[in-house]
Design a protein around this ligand. Structure first.
Ligand code: ATP
Length: 228
């Protein structure tokens, strides 16, 4: 049974439609890659799931409908979101940032420190003094500290140096293997997505145009719909 079920989702920015029928399922413990060219509706889909924008269609998580829920309730229900842009409290220390999000569960200061030793070394430093990569680790760590059932990562490796990207991908793989958390991943690196994702869903012009196992995703399909 699906943890997240999105059916025929539509959404608009004011009068301008952005989603025309997105279908997307994520089962417990499953890693799903949400793919598509720029501007095809991936971030909008994620914002609709987290109730940051209103939408129509079916939107269910852990057997509850999300449509009437405010976004903080969606978070409390178990959806952890990391959006593009590394949002953390810049004037708080690393540890304060992590603790501000903490909810009981397997992810705590100790386990996040094991995942990102660099953060642990900098736990007393204010977030604004961290490098871009460290700030990205911090926002992922903060999302983990909420102990979500589903972690959504939107472009978590965007704009980072290759070595830092590798560290983030290694962490995502560890989160998958060690905690069995369901993950919805948006990223441009097909190579990395192919190693960690179980399934892919492709959007084109605000609509789901392909979904299937990662092993069924041929170079022809990615070339046609994603351009890579
Ligand atoms: P990218 O990979 O470039 O982030 P995406 O697949 O995540 O692309 P979205 O950001 O969801 O795509 O954008 C879908 C459509 O909605 C695009 O046409 C975009 O221009 C439009 N859009 C996105 N954000 C807004 C906004 N805040 N106001 C108006 N239109 C928006």
């Amino acid at each position: 049974m699906s943890l997240l079920s999105v059916k025929n989702l539509t959404a608009a920015y004011g009068p301008v439609p952005a989603l025309f029928g997105v279908d997307l399922e994520v089962a417990a413990g499953e890693v799903v890659a949400l793919m598509g060219r720029n501007g095809m509706g991936k971030t909008t889909t994620v914002k609709a799931i987290c109730r940051m924008i209103s939408s129509q269609g079916e939107l269910r998580f852990a057997d509850q409908t999300l449509h009437t829920m405010p976004s903080h309730k969606v978070a409390r229900l178990g959806v952890g979101l990391v959006l593009e842009g590394r949002r953390c409290f810049k004037d708080l220390t690393v540890q304060e940032n992590l603790m501000a999000a903490a909810r009981p569960g397997a992810w705590n200061l100790r386990t996040v420190a094991t995942l990102f030793p660099r953060l642990d070394e900098r736990r007393a430093q204010r977030a604004h003094s961290l490098s871009g990569g460290e700030q990205q680790m911090l926002v992922i760590g903060r999302a983990l500290m909420t102990n979500p059932q589903l972690l959504i990562l939107d472009e978590a490796t965007e704009g980072l140096a290759p070595i830092v990207r590798q560290e983030i991908w290694a962490a995502i793989t560890r989160i998958k293997v060690e905690s069995g958390m369901a993950i919805l991943l948006i990223d441009k690196s097909l190579k990395e997505l192919a190693t960690v994702a179980d399934r892919a869903v492709i959007l084109a012009r605000g609509k789901t145009v392909w979904s299937g196992a990662m092993s069924e995703l041929t170079p022809e399909i990615t070339q046609y719909y994603v351009g890579i």
